[in-house]
Write a protein that binds this ligand. Structure first.
Ligand code: ZN
Length: 460
């Protein structure tokens, strides 16, 4: 059975939440985050273009916001009065440009002003005290993870990573083929209300990856070709340094077991960032030592979460110094979760390494933060792929991919902030299906755009 057509969301006062929301959101973006000015600052390296980079950036931003699924689907919109007014084109203009022009501009867009649309939005939200209360322990958290939006066996660009994959043909024969893909280290701000996109950094392929070969003398170092594509942690290290430089108010990094190592914890330490990192291998220090110490100990703390129907047993061990590649002290926390309505089921167990500012957290809070890391996979990656069309390759070009992702992420952040801070209905939709709520909102915005014809959108 097909889903019923979306209708306007109702809040208890009977207000149609969908009506006029696109107009409200554009006004909110312009007034609070200076969206119009930020888009105007976007430039590219085309010579004397008939359609400015800032108009292309605005068109791409709204392609993301309205979830237009491809450049093919965008093509007719570039000639619609309502869309032209929305992106801020002059009233005389019959058509913005072709999608080829959009693609060409994205390939040559200067990245800093594009990135600034999103970074300024987060900085402004911070100044407006949106994150002031912090979350657990009044701290601000970013989750770091790897993200692979797409792969291809045919098309590739100079920044594609390569791998060999086995494929089975219809007749059962197995062949090894070359697959191209892009992968990014991504930082997402997580708290109980929303996840916002903070920054991303591509993993570089071998021939673009700078590697210093050590010569005899100090000045003998030279650039040589790397043998392997870059690893996720290398890109994540560049990413986290930039995140810290841009957002000095972020306190703690949350990451999976890939990052449970001395060099990464040392990097975070040097930036003054705390860490909550999942640890999986009980044979690796310092978890090995902690597990050894906990062997015959009863749980140090038991917490019953009536709302989540869970009973959590916790073990805690501070000041471990057994990880040779890290100079400081590491705290290990283990949480064992039993579902109260399924006591016969084996409990699920989580182990975490904790350093820096995060060591002030109670053990159950350490566990809550680690579990929230799944936001990045559930809310972030899943939503971006299924709803935001980020797995669709609009233009396969390294620079175009970055420009487009930044513009789409700015749209994602604006929509998220608008929904959580401006829509009264949010509180009741929160525990239900946030993704669906957003989808209905986007549907209503598209309807609104269709009805708006040539109305001016500039409400600043
Ligand atoms: Zn590529």
């Amino acid at each position: 059975m097909s889903e019923p057509a979306p209708t306007a969301l109702e809040d208890p006062e009977g207000q149609r939440v969908g009506a006029g929301q696109l107009r409200r959101m554009v006004a909110y973006g312009r007034k609070v985050f200076h969206l119009g000015i930020r888009l105007e600052r976007v430039v590219d390296s085309r010579r004397a273009p008939r359609t400015s980079a800032s108009l292309v950036a605005a068109a791409t931003f709204y392609t993301g916001l309205l979830r237009i699924r491809s450049f093919n689907a965008l093509e007719p919109r570039l000639g619609e009065k309502s869309f032209l007014r929305l992106v801020g084109a002059s009233a005389e203009r019959e058509r913005l440009c072709s999608v080829d022009t959009v693609g060409r501009s994205l390939c040559r867009m200067e990245l800093d002003p594009v990135r600034a649309i999103s970074t300024a939005m987060l900085a402004q939200a911070e100044r407006n005290k949106v994150f002031r209360e912090g979350w657990h322990g009044a701290l601000r958290y970013v989750a770091i993870d790897g993200w692979e939006p797409f792969s291809s066996r045919h098309r590739h660009c100079p920044e594609c990573l390569e791998r060999r994959v086995k494929v089975q043909a219809k007749d059962g024969t197995v062949a090894v083929v070359l697959e191209y893909y892009h992968r990014y280290a991504v930082a997402l701000l997580i708290d109980e209300r929303f996840d916002l996109m903070v920054d991303f950094e591509p993993l570089l392929p071998k021939d673009l990856r700078p590697v210093m070969a050590k010569g005899k003398g100090k000045h003998m170092a030279s650039l040589v070709k790397a043998v392997l594509d870059e690893g996720e942690q290398t890109a994540a290290t560049r990413l986290i340094k930039r995140v810290h430089q841009t957002y000095g108010w972020i306190d703690v990094v949350v990451a999976d077991a890939l990052y449970a190592n001395g060099p990464f914890l040392t990097t975070l330490d040097s930036l003054g960032l705390g860490a909550v990192i999942i640890a999986r291998k009980q044979t690796d220090e310092p978890l090995r030592e902690a597990v050894h110490l906990w062997a015959n100990q009863a749980p140090h703390k038991i917490v019953e979460d009536v709302k989540a129907r869970e009973r959590i047993a916790l073990w805690d061990c501070r000041d471990l110094e057994t990880l040779m590649s890290y100079k400081g002290k590491i705290r290990c926390v283990r949480g064992s979760i039993t579902k109260l309505d399924q006591p016969e089921k084996n409990p699920s167990t989580w182990c975490m390494l904790v350093t820096g500012k995060a060591t002030r957290l109670a053990p159950e809070k350490v566990l809550a933060v680690a579990r929230a890391r799944w936001h990045i996979e559930n809310t972030g990656f899943h939503q971006w792929t299924t709803r935001w069309k980020l797995a669709h390759v609009f233009r396969h070009h390294p620079q175009a991919l970055r420009s487009l992702f930044w513009l789409f992420f700015a749209a994602y952040n604006l929509l998220t902030l608008f929904q959580y801070l401006q829509l009264r209905s949010y509180g009741r939709q929160c525990g239900k299906d946030v993704t669906r709520t957003i989808s209905r909102l986007v549907d209503q915005m598209l309807d609104e755009l269709a009805c708006s014809q040539a109305l001016a959108w500039d409400t600043s």
